[in-house]
Design a protein around this ligand. Sequence first.
Ligand code: BES
Ligand code: ZN
Ligand code: MN
Length: 519
Amino acid sequence: MTTLNLADGDPATAAVDAVVVGVYDDGDGAPVLAPGAEAVSAALNGGLVDALTRLGATGSAGEVTKLATFGAIKAPVLVAVGLGTKGDGATGDGATGDGATGDGATGDEVPAETLRRAAGAATRALAGSDRIVLALPGSLRAVAEGALLGAYRFAGYRTRPQAGRRDAVRTVSVVDAEGSPARTARAELKRATTVTQAVAQARDWINTAPNELRPPSFADAIAAVAGKAGLDVEVLDEKALKKGGYGGILAVGQGSAAPPRFVRLAYTARGAKTRLALVGKGITFDTGGVSIKPAANMWEMKSDMSGAAAVAAATLALAALGPKVNVTAYIPIAENMPSGTSYRPGDVVTMRDGTRVEVLNTDAEGRMVLADAMSRAIEDGTDYLLETSTLTGGQVIALGKRVSGLMGTEEFCNRVRDIGARVGEPAWPMPMPDDVRKGMDSEVADISQVNAGMDRAGHMLQGGVFLSHFMPDDLPWAHLDIAGPAYNAGEPTGYLPKGGTGVPVRTLIELAEDIAADG
Ligand code: BES
Ligand code: ZN
Ligand code: MN
């Protein structure tokens, strides 16, 4: 694990493995030094821009240029990381352009997401180092978060060391370009450590092989860390689920030899009145069940518990951060398998709230387990409900790999969208049209689980519309479909590694803090 601290003194004389500075693109593809690079540049007799130009650096966002310093500064390696064109992308909402513009920064400020990505890219490029210093301009929080997120490594399962594999950077020191009082700066670093550890926890769970993380062991793993963090923990096993009438969770879980679970975590803040419920989909592996998925890339469905991982990890972080709001996590966990005991298309399932659902496709299992968990949250009582899940392939088709789909009540969705834009986890609002709801009328039961004609039109919307059936009219709620953003099957980029990304852990944390501050 990577340690974070505040850099003291001049980066040019720091006894570290590498110093990271920022460079802008001057607008014509030529590098310009960003604030923070002055001391290092002076030590290099002003030759830094010339060297960078000769090496082909342009200052474009996320570009990493490594230079040997040959004793000109104390560190043997200098990294110049691109911050893009100055003042660029200063508006927008995080789901337009490259998504790096969500913080509403104006003028000369570097957008927070640009900084996070740059710090992440630099730290990733310096894996294997013992100690590095980051001297970047702008928000200390953004630089610290990006660096730690980029430093993440999944331990993996190799029995022998992999040639060329470099460990996470051991210590990251960050220069506070904002010049805050040391106490304020240290508090920011402490927060960044807590938040990024939660993201790392979620990523670890997602990256864990699905044979190692089946419903009972996932529930136990969550309960163990939550207990240590001082959260109230309730775990329902298959017997308790039966007794409690959790028909949706049981139906999905009944095809697997590893029985389903339901985990409830409660963080209670002293003097808090407002309650936030977080619900996360925890399918430890999604084969599709009897309506089986094609073999290609099916292994990626080990990430179908990303919502659960995010909700659990965010709640852990909140216990450490202590905002004045009561947060309860509701985590339904099951493995969706085809077998002689599986639920089947045509089944009618009685859900926790009494609704009868006609199953038409066992691969639409997420909404079955989520509806039960949401019903439980409503029974317990809450002021806001946010549910997040890798729910539909339709989300990926419509919005791609970086922008989540957002459905629910308008005002609350806008709030979640604003926060997502601010933290670099963009989400885009989607409608829940009447015709899609009508398409889910069942011949025999209260509602079909998917469109009765198996029509994939408005695929992502069907998920939100189904869940809305279980929501009371007066409850602000949001459904965040993270099918694409939860898992990066492509190459690492910015602070995102390959594999689990930890989206939307940071949105959930900031949402709770926002509610604590404003109600
Ligand atoms: N877990 C999948 C959705 C998914 C797809 C997540 C791709 C991540 C990447 C979900 O359970 C599922 O199978 N959804 C079906 C729904 C359909 C049967 C109505 C889908 O997307 O095809
Ligand atoms: Zn699924
Ligand atoms: Mn499925």
